[in-house]
Design a binder for this molecule. Sequence first.
Ligand SMILES: *Cc1c(COP(=O)(O)O)cnc(C)c1O
Length: 808
Amino acid sequence: MNRIFESKEEFKELYLSSVTSLSGKPFEMTSDFDRFQALVKLVASKARSVQTETEKRVHDTGQKRVYYFSIEFLIGRLLDNYLINFGVRDLVAEALKEMGSNLETLEEYEPDPALGNGGLGRLAACFLDSMAHEGIAGYGNGMRYRYGLFKQEIVNGAQHETTDDWLVHGYPWEVRRQDKAVRIGFGGHVVGTEENGRMRYHTEGTDDVLAVPYDIPVVGYGGNTVNKLRVWSAEPVEEEFDLDAFNAGDYAKAQAHRAEAEAISAILYPNDAGEHGRLLRLKQEYLFVAAGINSVLDTFRKEHGSDWKLLPQYVAIHTNDTHPAMCGPELMRVLVDEENLEWDEAWDITTKTISYTNHTILPEALEKWPISTFSKLLPRVYQIIDEISRRYNAAFDRSQDGWQDRLRQTAILWDGEVRMANLSVICSHSVNGVAKLHTDILERETLKDFYALTPQKFNNKTNGISPRRFLAEANPSYAKLITEAIGTGWLDDAAELSKLEAFEGDPAFLERVGASKHENKVRLANYVRRECGLAIDPNSIFDVQVKRFHAYKRQLLNIFKVMDIYNRRIADPNFRVAPTTFIFSGKAASSYTFAKETIRLINSVANVVNNDPRVNEVMKVCFIPNFRVSNAQLIYPAAEISEQISTAGMEASGTSNMKLMMNGAITLGTMDGANIEIVNLAGAENEKIFGLTAPEVDELRASGMHFAWDMYNADPDRLGRVIDELTDDTFAALSGNFESIYNELMNGNDHDLVMKDFASYVQAWEELTQGYSDRMDWNRRALHNTACSGWFSSDRTIREYRDEIWGA
Ligand SMILES: *Cc1c(COP(=O)(O)O)cnc(C)c1O
């Protein structure tokens, strides 16, 4: 362990001088905010010296560099994480206490940058953590949004969005690198000139903006490697402040130029919001791709000169989903137009350098852009895409039966659109899915024609999560217990968590597992009281579904279960229910009506249930507003039931299922995404599986034999009753009934099979919760889940990427 402070005394001395020099005040007069800022500045400066050493090591050994391009990085707060990774968390906490401060209080001042929507962005952040831990020279490349994903407030049960002004007090981890800024051109027209018998192209008349990078250190556990995350901000190229307009009192006009450039990095787009065709989004994608490629090649050039055929040996560029799909054409553009390479050589280099992760199996969710929009905004990049497409089509094997259909399915340009997924596959040497089932579906369905053509490109990399952040940092009491039992080795190698299996028969240990869980539940209950003014009972079962709201994730199914249990308990006070707190959290894209109505339904049910003394002994419903990494770290450790109830075949992988498993929650779920791997690792008897499987879903849909009205009529007392309650005022007190949900189900014929899986879901829940009375056995299952969760460490995932894709 490479500790940044040898002793408390050393830390105190450095810290005192950091606080006083930054604030200009004697220590006693400084505020908690001053002290927070100074602590981050101190840790960041230590991190930067390790970064310098890392950089030297990478340079001297000629280590391959991996660039992870992602339009989202949901990094969470960094201070606590970096203190753990540098092995000084306890030392710093004690020293601060002796100085009259409190580490946890100071940590609350750190903004939680919402530079991502959910799973995809958080995955990118866990990967940075693991690349640094594994000693990979791995760098994030993304966007620095001025405003993160909206802040969610609940008003009369409904979601309201307000801006997330995360930079208002500055961000002490970042360093602005004006010297590394890159000029990015939009629009204009392509001009070709002949040079020594060869055409060369450049673009004239562009509207330029400046991409300015900000670097954030990424500290690997062990403290030996510090990498960086580079995020780009859009600014005007030069200050074109219109003084005449200003003097004439037209302040808006004076600033117009700046505003237009800054709009590109102003906001993070919510997903699921129908992003197609939004010009600003396309500008974002090109900005972080072009600026990123420029900086990658700059570093390469400094180390290896212009020997471009060496690029794949020293550089891997990974594209997280299709948002960075322009990496291929942009790299081609630089190599061919600026570096004067022949097309074929440039193409060989490009495809050997780039790899791609797919995140969705839904054909309609694959990103597409109208050619007209695209070619106007990025004329030369479009020409290159057109040429890639032309050559792909020309070289297509026409000897096989059905080649026309196969070419149509895999074409880049089709029906007036640029298909970004096909572009990504064609520009990459590797295409991976994010869980076994997901990769199978890609190969069999979504990308089956590509799979038939180039099966060797395809591989699976089941997602993972950082055990430092989601166990060591989020769950200190459990981490302490684990370390007492098996030592600290699990932080380096989470496979060592399997040593916990030796304690599954130890009643005293299982008692302590339960005590740790209880402590976490009390901690969450306190947070809920502060944030929602709701009292929840830490002795009840904490049943947790926290994730983005989406129809396929089926929060609706979960709240239907709650409504059903409520109805049955009211009808029959002897109906036995294990006392449970149903906990929900998550945001819905602002334009996604169905998801927002589901949030309103949950809050409306909560309002009724929580105020009904007839049921409060056994149930409460709790919606925690503004789900983000920082409160996720409070919620996961307190969970006992992990709700992973997506329609089978729809959730690519999921990662909250892994975080919850590692924290000792039992999965109540469908055979979907990585739930399948959870069951394989921990045994079906230690989870609770229900519902249709993916093949059964396919079969049912193909048969056309699922009828919502039949389901409704077949079960009038329970399912029928729940459906009726959407419109009969039972839950309308806060802000009305739920006609749109009713219509979606009954007139839309229950697309996500909520009604179909309802009965088996509620039954599974009842069976699972009945087991809670045997607490020793429950704790054993909890511990067993943790013991089997090591494989889900993102370290394992990253080692697979390194060995099988990046060759780093
Ligand atoms: C892990 C995580 C997610 C992903 O949750 P899923 O249930 O896998 O969709 C989303 N948001 C945050 C804040 C997370 O930490």
